[in-house]
Design a protein around this ligand. Structure first.
Ligand code: DNO
Length: 372
């Protein structure tokens, strides 16, 4: 089967984004958006009427809504509390509603308490652009609550996905809880969730794509599971259905110099288990410090050509989105999610993809010529 991906952009509805659907529609090569209900509390069913209306708005703009990022997993599920069954039932109902309106892929994460962490959301790079950066020592000097406060100060009034108010309110207690939970138990809680949800996802025709932990190392004593190839193997083996898949987040996994991203892409896409790819670049300043950068290989430490080639060679036919962009050309937007740098990134990635595809075609023709 040939590789055929769709390039999409992340977009937040209900006025929670500076970027408009019209702008996205005018960006060459973009077929749709990855979206969500930004303020939907974890554990509650996403109402069918709301997702129908969201889809109608997106389709009216000439775009598709095939990917949702994310439906957050309620903390009681991650903790393995008796109340988890009721939240899992709600999750399944949400999946059903999403599938009903044609959603095909769901990106989610199973990170305890905090979704993603940075020490600064608007660090000035040498070219005068702003980017999100991570300095491990600075993060350790903060506590999750002070980091949350700093993150929301820098969010320009937009909701920060993964830093929802109800999550912050329970943060201190949740962290204490996780410090006493073994990693084995945490894997067990994940399996319990997957074994309940994946058969339903199969029934609804929707694939799940877990997002790796960002950054991919322990923080504040919290368990970090989806951090490297070995753990991804364990994760995929918890439930062998292809509906139990991965979001290949190059930037999250790539922060750890030990992670070989093209090899990871090749292995798991080769198994048909990568359904979504978040492609961004970064510059590592040490094994635990990095700057997010523009997408091209030359701007950071990740080789975007090799990553896309690995996906292409393994017949990837899921969704790709450029990931966090820098803030350039004076744009004021949600950190990481302005239009300009992501549009540049998307078109750079599309250019690489076209070249890889055409080179492959030419190789095949040359081989046939030699045989005849
Ligand atoms: C950050 C994002 C994450 C991601 C979730 C998926 O910018 O990459 O918030 O959407 O981890 O559940």
């Amino acid at each position: 089967m040939g590789a055929d991906m769709k390039m999409i952009l992340r977009w937040f509805p209900f006025g929670d984004d500076s970027v408009t659907l019209k702008q996205i529609r005018q960006t060459p090569g973009i077929s749709g958006v990855a979206t969500c209900l930004p303020r939907a509390p974890a554990g509650e069913v996403w109402p069918l009427e709301t997702v129908k209306a969201l889809k109608a708005e997106i389709e009216e703009a000439g775009l598709e809504m095939e990917v949702i990022e994310s439906v957050n997993v309620h903390e009681d599920i991650k903790k393995g509390l008796p109340t988890r069954d009721k939240y899992i039932a709600a999750y399944i109902k949400t999946l059903q509603n999403l599938a009903y309106v044609g959603v095909k892929c769901l990106c989610y994460n199973f990170m305890p308490v905090i979704d993603w962490a940075r020490s600064d959301l608007a660090h000035t790079l040498p070219d005068g652009s702003y980017a999100m950066v991570y300095r491990h020592e600075e993060v350790l000097k903060m506590n999750p609550a002070s980091m949350a406060a700093a993150m929301s100060d820098e969010s320009r009034g937009y909701s920060l996905p993964g830093w929802e108010p109800e999550r912050l309110a329970a943060m201190a207690g949740d962290i204490r809880f996780y410090r006493n939970l073994s990693r084995g138990a945490y894997w067990g809680n994940m399996k319990y969730f997957l074994d309940a949800v994946i058969p339903e996802a199969e029934r609804f025709g929707i694939v799940l794509a877990i997002h790796p932990d960002d950054p991919p190392w322990p923080l504040y004593g919290l368990p970090k599971l989806i951090t490297c190839a070995e753990h991804i193997r364990t994760f995929l083996a918890l439930n062998g259905s292809r509906h139990n898949g991965l979001t290949l987040c190059a930037g999250s996994l790539g922060a750890d110099p030990d992670n070989d991203i093209p090899a990871i892409a090749r292995e798991f896409s080769g198994m048909g288990r990568v359904h979504f790819a978040h492609l961004r670049n970064l510059r590592r300043l040490s094994a635990r410090d990095f700057d997010e950068t523009a997408h091209p290989s030359a701007c950071g430490d990740l080789d975007m050509f090799e990553i896309l080639k690995a996906l292409y060679d393994t017949g990837f036919n899921g969704y790709i989105r450029p990931d966090h962009g820098r803030m350039i050309w004076g744009e004021k937007a949600r950190p990481g999610y302005g239009l300009y740098d992501r549009a540049l990134g998307a078109n750079y990635l599309l250019g690489l993809w076209e070249a890889i595809k055409k080179m492959d075609k030419m190789d095949k023709i040359n081989k046939m010529d030699k045989m005849s």
